[in-house]
Design a binder for this molecule. Structure first.
Ligand SMILES: [Fe+2]
Length: 434
């Protein structure tokens, strides 16, 4: 019983903090900003606010008999891809809808916050219901990160964060690659808090001995690939990737532009020279894979990545995070609540390194792995149409970015994107066979 009420108080605290964080991300926006969709892959801030609230209704419909949704019009606009709730609104036309209005969406947001708070405070919640609300909180965390991607596309340095902290300075760099002994490794989530269905069940995988980079690939390293004609030579590219390079005229990572022989980017810090010591960001799987081929290396599998991040060889145990089981704090990793709004330079988080000595595996940039996104052996779906309907044509990324809320990341977390997507904060590190 003590455990049930403890879980319930964690649930209420996480819910309140998450709803408040969503509001703080949009606190300084002008009303005009809420409606605009600047690219087909992004969504207007208004839509994110409404959608995370609608998902709370979806959860309530799973636990209450004959649950009546607030509004048919809202459900049609705010449904992302759940065919069980009707035909979703076209994703690339979310910015064309002037109804529901921004004010109506805010009213809806607050109404749902109050409704769910009442439930979490007053009702006796069984374990399944608690898990559904934990999922809804984690879903909202995912949308906070998507919202940050979208704010970069919409506003970049015109966005005024409520909180902005200084970027930590790096310490001395250590060696560049670490050798990890292979053998059986039990991958997957091993803790007793919320995790997604796709992180389970824990299962054994066999790994050969391998080497993995101590740091994510930096802009300095990546520019060498660019300047060496990496984007001009088909031999580094997967066939689909090369098609993409040709059709989209890719010459460098997304948001990069060469001005007077200087590579520039455009992000929350403004239009600025590429910082050579930051991890490379906004690269697709194709680009990460091509770089590895050029460098004579390869991407790690997700099992290799996870072992390098979480396995404590000395004590023969797996931890939830690279630094242990303790939840992330400011000195461990650059996550959303660091409010740096940018990647930190490599070596800025020595206290967050893994037992093997790999740095910045959590935070800064999501890291592409070579693994296909599919269910682990024995996978059981936790929620219909949420994760497992994407088990095709996507690759797994690990570790979170500077826009990932800290309660929603762990060493076993599996993100997934299509191979050509690069609007997320995505980078990589290389591996090699020994
Ligand atoms: Fe969603």
């Amino acid at each position: 019983m003590a455990t049930v009420s403890r879980q319930k108080s964690i649930l209420l605290k996480q819910f309140n903090e998450t709803r408040a964080r969503t509001l703080s991300l949009v606190q300084t926006l002008e009303k005009d900003d809420f409606v605009v969709q600047t690219a087909p892959f992004m969504s207007p801030p208004k839509w994110h606010l409404g959608h995370v609230s609608w998902l709370l209704e979806v959860v309530m419909s799973k636990i209450a008999n004959n649950y009546q949704f607030y509004s048919q019009e809202f459900s049609e606009y705010l449904n992302s891809y759940y065919h069980q709730f009707g035909e979703p609104h076209d994703k690339d036309k979310r910015g064309l809808a002037t109804r529901p209005t921004v004010d109506q969406v805010f009213e809806y947001f607050h109404m749902m916050t109050n409704k769910v708070t009442d439930i979490l405070q007053n009702d006796l919640l069984d374990e399944k219901t608690q898990q559904l609300f934990f999922m809804a909180i984690n879903h909202e965390c995912q949308h906070q990160e998507l919202l940050v991607y979208d704010l970069q596309n919409l506003l970049a340095d015109k966005y005024r964060p409520v909180t902005k902290n200084l970027i930590p300075t790096p310490s001395e760099q250590e060696s560049q690659a670490i050798t990890i002994n292979g053998g059986l490794y039990k991958m997957g989530y091993s803790g007793d808090q919320f995790c997604y269905d796709i992180e389970l069940p824990e299962h054994n995988v066999y790994l050969n001995d391998y080497k993995i980079d101590t740091y994510p690939i930096t802009n300095k390293q990546y520019i060498k690939f660019v300047e060496d004609g990496g984007y001009d030579d088909f031999k580094y590219w997967l066939s689909d990737g090369w098609d993409k390079v040709q059709s989209e005229k890719w010459k460098a990572p997304m948001y990069w532009e060469k001005i007077d022989s200087e590579w520039m980017t455009c992000d929350f810090l403004g239009k600025r020279k590429i910082n050579l010591n930051e991890p490379v960001c906004h690269v697709s799987y194709y680009e990460a894979d091509a770089y590895c081929k050029w460098a004579g290396k390869r991407l790690p599998t997700e099992a290799e990545w996870e072992k390098a991040a979480c396995w404590d060889e000395k004590n023969q145990l797996k931890t939830i995070f690279p630094w242990g089981d303790q939840s992330p704090e400011a000195g461990h990793a650059n996550l959303l609540e660091s409010y740096i709004w940018n990647c930190a330079e490599i070596d800025a988080y020595p206290n967050g390194k893994s037992h093997y000595g790999c740095h910045q595996m959590i935070g800064d940039v999501w890291e592409w792995t070579s693994s296909e996104f599919s269910g682990y052996p024995g996978f059981k779906t936790g929620f219909s149409e949420y994760n497992d309907k994407w088990f095709a044509n996507q690759k797994v990324l690990r570790g979170g970015s500077f826009a990932t809320p800290s309660i929603s990341i762990r060493g076993s977390y599996r993100n997934f994107f299509r191979l050509d997507e690069r609007w997320l904060f995505s980078g990589f590190r290389c591996a090699e066979y020994v």
